[in-house]
Design a protein around this ligand. Structure first.
Ligand SMILES: Cc1ncc(COP(=O)(O)O)c(CN[C@H](C(=O)O)[C@H](C)O)c1O
Length: 338
């Protein structure tokens, strides 16, 4: 039986073209800044996102954490939307590495109200001083929801008035750009630092890029080295990353269509899904005893993740057209197993 893997878009495997590019990549020691393919990837990412410099890293957790280390002094606070990945799934790194604390603000569908952000900014000497405002686009635990341009701009305005920098966790920024029909650079505009993942829907096997002002790069490089992220002949990975940027976005609309079809199929089975939150390649379903249900799904040949009281399904490029209808059949059977 074909296993249908809906756990995450991180499960995407490199395409044959990526494997060829990896095998043929021109490489050098990137710790000595001598890998030409890494340089090409970083320059391409910076150009596509409209920021001055990029730094290639092994993961999105590392690009986020290096950004937090760049922005925060010890004891400072970052304001972020409730459910932010930097809080939920980067195991306390913010406190250990940047020495910071986090203040989560309500964020319906991943979009905080600008006034809620403004009122969360600390000014009293008795409180942790606010050092950064972070957003996440798309917002994973809100459902893979997008932060529209005007909403992002409004929050950047609040940050600017308070003299604060902003960071964008853009692990799935290209999904947001596809859903909104805008260029990724439009969504990145105005943020001091932007993290993008090559290894999710864009399909690269490994890696993320942190985009930033060029005068930040030396310090970011040092933090990456401090975390053990200095890589040697990383051009083998960067070659796939270049194809992820140039070819990956083309397939994202299909991922979103598959997620929509999955959500509508679940609703037909009376599974609780908020269709308004299905905006890109994720579907969160409220199913009683989510972990048990995910186990029954595994036995039926569908892989998904239990995220608290919800089950998350993520569509991606490696799914075949027939996988969503097949998954729905298996999900229905798993629903009726007592
Ligand atoms: C918004 C966001 N920002 C950062 C990251 C971290 O990227 P990696 O460290 O996994 O490369 C993720 C990964 N998300 C993973 C997934 O969705 O399967 C898990 C939850 O960590 C993310 O969703």
């Amino acid at each position: 039986m074909r296993i249908i893997d809906l756990r995450s878009d991180t499960v995407t495997k490199p395409t044959p073209a990526m494997r060829r590019a990896m095998a043929e990549a021109e490489v050098g020691d990137d710790v000595y800044s001598e890998d030409p393919t890494v340089h090409r990837l970083e320059a391409l990412a910076a150009e596509m996102l409209g920021l001055e410099a990029g730094l290639f890293m092994p993961s999105g957790t590392m690009t986020n954490q290096v950004a937090l280390m760049l922005h925060l002094q010890r004891g400072q606070e970052v304001i972020a939307p409730k459910g932010a990945h930097i809080y939920e799934y980067e195991p306390g790194s913010l406190s250990v590495l940047a020495g910071g604390v986090i203040r989560l603000v309500e964020a319906p569908y991943g979009v905080p109200d600008p006034e809620a952000v403004r009122s969360a900014i600390h000014t009293s000497p008795h409180q942790a001083p606010t050092g950064l405002i972070a957003l996440e686009n798309t917002h994973n635990s809100a459902g893979g929801t997008v932060v529209p341009l005007e909403a992002g701009r409004a929050i950047q305005q609040v940050a600017e008035e308070a003299g604060l920098p902003t960071h964008l966790d853009g692990a799935r920024l290209f999904n947001a750009a596809t859903a909104l029909g805008v260029a990724p650079a439009e969504l990145a505009k105005g943020f001091r630092t932007v993290s993008i993942c090559l290894s999710k829907g864009l399909g690269a096997p490994v890696g993320s890029v942190l985009l930033m002002p060029k005068d930040y790069r030396a310090e970011a490089w040092r933090y990456r080295k401090m975390l053990g992220g200095g890589m040697r002949q990383a051009g083998v990975l960067a070659a796939a990353g270049i194809l992820a940027l140039t070819e990956g976005p083309k397939g994202l609309a299909r991922d979103h269509q598959m997620a929509r079809a999955l959500a509508e199929g679940l609703l037909r089975m009376h599974v609780e899904v908020d269709l308004n939150s299905v905006q890109t390649n994720m579907v969160y379903a409220h199913v009683p005893r989510a972990a048990d249900f995910v186990e029954r799904l595994r036995q039926a040949g569908v892989l998904a993740n239990a995220m608290g009281s919800r089950v998350r399904f993520v569509t991606h490029r490696d799914l075949a057209d027939e996988d969503i209808p097949a998954a729905l059949e298996r999900i229905e059977s798993a629903l009726h197993v007592v």
